[in-house]
Structures are given as structure tokens and as C-alpha cells.
Design a protein around this ligand. Sequence first.
Ligand SMILES: Cc1cc2nc3c(=O)[nH]c(=O)nc-3n(C[C@H](O)[C@H](O)[C@H](O)COP(=O)(O)OP(=O)(O)OC[C@H]3O[C@@H](n4cnc5c(N)ncnc54)[C@H](O)[C@@H]3O)c2cc1C
Length: 316
Amino acid sequence: MMPARKLSLIDRLPPVRGQYRADVALGPRTWFRVGGRADVVFRPADVEDLAAFFAARPADVPVTILGVGSNVLIRDDGIEGIVVRLGRNFADVVVNGEWVTAGAGALDVSVALSARDAGLTGLEFLRGIPGTIGGGLKVNAGAFGGEFKDVLVSAEAVDFGGQVHHFTAVDLGLGYRSSRVSEGYVFTRAEFHAAFGDREQIDRRMADITANRNLSQPVHARTGGSTFVNPSDPKAGGRKAWQLIEEAGCRGLKLGGAQVSEQHCNFLVNAGSATAADLEELGEIVRRRVFDRFGLWLEWEIYRIGRPAPRRGGGA
Ligand SMILES: Cc1cc2nc3c(=O)[nH]c(=O)nc-3n(C[C@H](O)[C@H](O)[C@H](O)COP(=O)(O)OP(=O)(O)OC[C@H]3O[C@@H](n4cnc5c(N)ncnc54)[C@H](O)[C@@H]3O)c2cc1C
């Protein structure tokens, strides 16, 4: 039976045109396939609905934004408060000449394919990122030599107070896996600029990206993308995170149902029965081993969110 706390939370929320659902399992909505439940998931009907929700929601209720969960580890006891997910209503992609506008709920791959179909080059790298435009804006996602900041013109976002903002790419201050404007905003739309190109070359570039990804990343595994940010610390000696992890002897390391990928050791994978706690603890073991070897702490790239499950076996 659903806990009364979750039902009564919906009663406290403002009326919306979108949809509230209580007690939603989040594990199946993430790439890792782990994690607990959301008290309430809100799928807004459109930007106005999202803004009206924020303007009227009870201030004490925490809000978490989720895309398609390709860069998050949701902890085993789930997420308190409201999880906002922009569904199909925010997934449109419109091409107008050299400009491509996409809802923040659109998959990066859909934007790549729409641009290709219109004969536009510059957005091929989006083919290699399995997230949404909103998730990509938050971290300036990038792959195979391209990143959001190279092609972004502007973005629309709604803040947690219900104000709608329009940012230029410069306002966002996009850097390596970072944006100046990220906490307290939900991105709702982005505009990109591409260039007319040769359709065959665009196809070839996208095929190369797919082949390269399949070769280098565990794309068919339950994973969360790169686990740690590549460090800029001189102690790394120019090594990337995966090289530090490799040299610290962590390739293939296991804990419970979690494993450091054999294919790419900056990826953690759920080998089938992992809990979020297994994955997070394994990540911490990797960080400790890298520290012991190189004297630097790797920084998590994956967002770890929600409540940990209560510890097992702790008596009364
Ligand atoms: C196999 C695999 C390969 C990957 N390869 C790459 C790669 O090459 N390059 C790369 O950059 N990433 C890569 N990733 C990571 C991931 O795909 C990107 O970070 C992606 O941009 C996350 O988007 P998402 O919709 O899944 O966001 P989520 O994982 O759902 O959320 C990630 C963060 O973004 C926030 N967020 C999501 N939507 C919004 C929004 N609308 N407004 C504000 N904040 C929002 C969330 O609150 C959270 O903090 C990979 C992941 C996997 C599983």
C-alpha cells in the first residue's frame, strides 16, 4: 500500500495541467537500473504549466530534475519531494535553415538525426550522448571532439520561483562538464546553430561515432557514463581518469553486483544485482585507491542523488 505521506503530498501541490504520479519507481527510469522511488513525479504540460507549478508549490518541498537518467545514480531509498521530468511535451525538434530548436526533453540523438536529415553539420557529436538536451545543457555534455558550447546559441529555463529566463550561450558560462547556470533552474528549450554540409560526410561521421562508442564504451551495459571527471591536478601528470583508475589496479574490480567496467575503467556497471549502495561504495573504493597511488581525489561526474537505504543489520 502507498504510504499516506506520499498521497498527502499530492494534496498539498497546486493544480496543474500536466500529471502528478505518487510513489514512482525510479530505477527503471535510469541507465543504472538501480535506486528507490520518488514521492511524486510531475510531468508538466508545457512551460507555462511548469512555471505556474513553481510559483505556487509549497516552499518546503524539495525538487529534483531528472532527464533520462544517463548520468545519475539514484540512491536506494529514493527521492524525497517532487521529481520533475519533462516528457514528450518537451521533445519537439524544429529545423529552420541553419538553426535547430529543441525541447529540453528531446534526446540528443533525435537532434543529431533531425540535423542530419536537414543536411546540417556540426551536431553529429550528439549522436554519441545518450541523454536529453536538458541534461546536456546542465553539464555542457560533449563527445568525439564536439560539445554543447560549440553549437549552442541560447537556452530557455524556468527557475524554482516560476520565472522564465532566456540565456545566451555566453550567459551560461559553459566549461568542461559544467555550466554557470545550473542549480535552481529547469532548462526547457535550446537553440543551436549548425551549417549546411555534405550529407554523405555527415552520415559517415555519425557512423564513425557509433562504431567508436560501441568499441570503447559499455553502451549496452547498465551504467551511468563516465564516473569521474578528468582531473586538472598536476599530480595526475596529464593522465585521464580512466588511466589513473587503471594504474591504481581497479579495472574489473567488483563489489556486490557492481563492477568497474573491463571495457572502459572510468565506467561503473551494474552487473545485474547491484544496489545503488554497491555502486557508490565501489566508486569510493576506486577514489581511495587512486588517492593512495597518486595523492589526488577523483571528483564524481555522475550525480548521486536521493536517500541512502538504512544500514542493514544495525539492531534496535
Ligand atoms: C553509455 C553512456 C555514455 C555516455 N557518454 C557520454 C559522453 O560521451 N559525453 C557526455 O558528456 N556524457 C556522456 N554520458 C553521460 C550522459 O549521457 C550526459 O551527461 C547527458 O547529458 C545526461 O542527460 P540526461 O537526460 O540523462 O540527464 P540525467 O542523467 O537525468 O541528469 C543529469 C543531471 O542533469 C540535470 N538535468 C537533467 N535535465 C535537466 C533539465 N531539463 N534542466 C536542468 N537540469 C537537468 C539533472 O538534475 C542531473 O543533475 C554517457 C552516459 C552513458 C550511460
